[in-house]
Design a protein around this ligand. Structure first.
Ligand SMILES: C[C@H](O)[C@H](O)[C@@H](O)C(=O)CO
Ligand SMILES: [Mn+2]
Length: 418
């Protein structure tokens, strides 16, 4: 039976519940996922004076063939994008600047150092998002940056963040879609602090100075990303969830929730509706923590579906900026992008194919039996037939057939890399 016939059969089952399948597919086409470039090279970047990865994050694995030049990284991204349905965005970090062999420190970065990325994004109809890189640098060596006691260190990172916001503004202006410039810092302490307030006061002052710099918010949107702990900041992180939740609300910035940055039983899906009540928009880094913020490739699991459901049933598709953040060097990196991003798109479709309004009514009536029964039974509705048809319509490989293309690319391209 053709994918179309399977689709028609599945569609009729959903339509019995008043679910508009074609409308869902139309909407899905326009949901951009911000794909993080750093899965492609293990967050190495292209700086002339490259530093070791720091900041309490870690990439494990040594799968051969990672990108080592901007051209290789863009080529790998193009390969992954050809296997993912929809039009998406690429999330860059400052350490992916291209400075023609010149040493340019982070506080001196300018839009011109990202001209090639913008030209590439224009050619492929992509939006760009951005992040100042506040780790993997000698001035981040002691694990403190925007909250550092030394004003010169703070000054350097404040200037880097201002420069980054200006690069974000340039992206937005050039590409006609606002850039999300997200600030994450590794600041914290390995062991029990004697003063939790002072570093947080300094972080607040640094952020105030960063955001006081004039940047057109038509082209650049600011977000701040919290964390629970990192390697070396197990006992205390300056930029905690409470800090940034408060700072973002008070300063009209976006609070960015990374799904790996909370206690293992704390679900980001459970936070979205509360935040939507008080924030116009919020941002996500969708990741998969395994025991800790391990940044595993996103799988089509219950929490991913729940996040998508919270976005869809709260009519928040335009209010939640979905980014991905995982870095697995133990598998083919193009496969990692493809699996993680297809799963995010898949979860959004799954959420749009639920009888969400009916389920809300059941809850309002206190009919928790039917609510649970339907939530469970819809897990085995013919969702796959709809997804497969969507992939075919979007001209990307159906089911696992994208893998053959990745393995051919590995043989032809990745295996030739030193
Ligand atoms: C590379 C990113 O900036 C980084 O992963 C950050 O977003 C984070 O989640 C750190 O744990
Ligand atoms: Mn993150």
């Amino acid at each position: 039976m053709s994918l179309k016939s399977q689709f028609e059969l599945a569609k009729s089952e959903y339509e019995q519940w008043g679910i508009q399948v074609e409308e869902a597919l139309e909407k899905l086409r326009d949901i951009p996922i911000s794909i993080h470039c750093w899965q492609g090279d293990d967050i190495d970047g292209f700086e002339v004076n490259k530093a070791e990865l720091s900041g309490g994050i870690d990439v494990t694995g040594n799968y051969p063939g990672k990108a080592t030049t901007p051209e290789e990284l863009r080529m790998d991204l193009e390969k992954a994008l050809s296997l993912i349905p929809g039009k998406h965005r690429i999330n860059l970090h400052a350490l992916y600047a291209e400075t023609d062999g010149e040493i340019v420190d982070r506080d001196k970065l300018e839009p011109k150092h990202f001209e090639k990325w913008v030209a590439w994004a224009k050619k492929h109809g992509l939006g760009l998002d951005f992040n100042p890189t506040i780790f993997s640098h000698e001035k981040a060596a002691d694990g403190l940056t925007l909250s550092h006691p030394n004003p010169e260190i703070r000054r350097f990172w404040i200037d880097h963040c201002i420069a980054s916001r200006r690069i974000g503004e340039y992206f937005g202006k050039e590409l006609g879609t606002p850039c999300l410039t997200n600030i994450w810092i590794p600041d914290g302490y390995k062991d029990i602090p004697s003063d939790r307030l002072t570093p947080r006061k300094r972080l607040k002052e640094s952020l105030d100075e960063i955001f006081a710099a004039e940047v057109d918010d038509t082209f650049n949107i600011d977000s701040v990303e919290s964390k629970l702990f990192g390697i070396g900041s197990e006992s205390y992180v300056v930029g905690s969830h409470e800090f940034y939740l408060s700072y973002a609300l008070k300063n009209n910035k976006l609070c960015l929730l990374d799904t790996g940055h909370y206690h293992p039983t704390e679900m980001v899906s459970n936070k979205i509706s509360s935040m939507l009540l008080f924030n116009e928009k919020l941002a996500l880094h969708v990741s998969r923590p395994v025991r800790w913020d391990s940044d595993h490739v996103v799988t089509f699991d219950e929490e991913l579906k729940e996040i998508a459901l919270e976005i869809v049933r709260n009519d928040a598709i335009d209010k939640v900026m979905i980014g991905l953040d995982f870095f697995d060097a133990s598998i083919n990196r193009i496969a990692a992008w493809t699996i993680g991003t297809r799963n995010m798109v898949k979860a959004m479709l799954y959420a749009m194919l639920m009888p969400n309004e009916h389920l809300k009514e059941l809850q309002e009536k206190g009919d928790y039996t039917k609510r649970l029964a339907l939530l469970e039974e819809f897990k085995t509705y013919p969702f796959g037939a709809i997804w497969n048809y969507y992939c075919e319509q979007m001209d990307v490989p159906v089911k696992e057939h994208w893998l053959a293309e990745v393995l051919e690319y590995e043989e032809r391209v990745l295996s030739q890399r030193k």
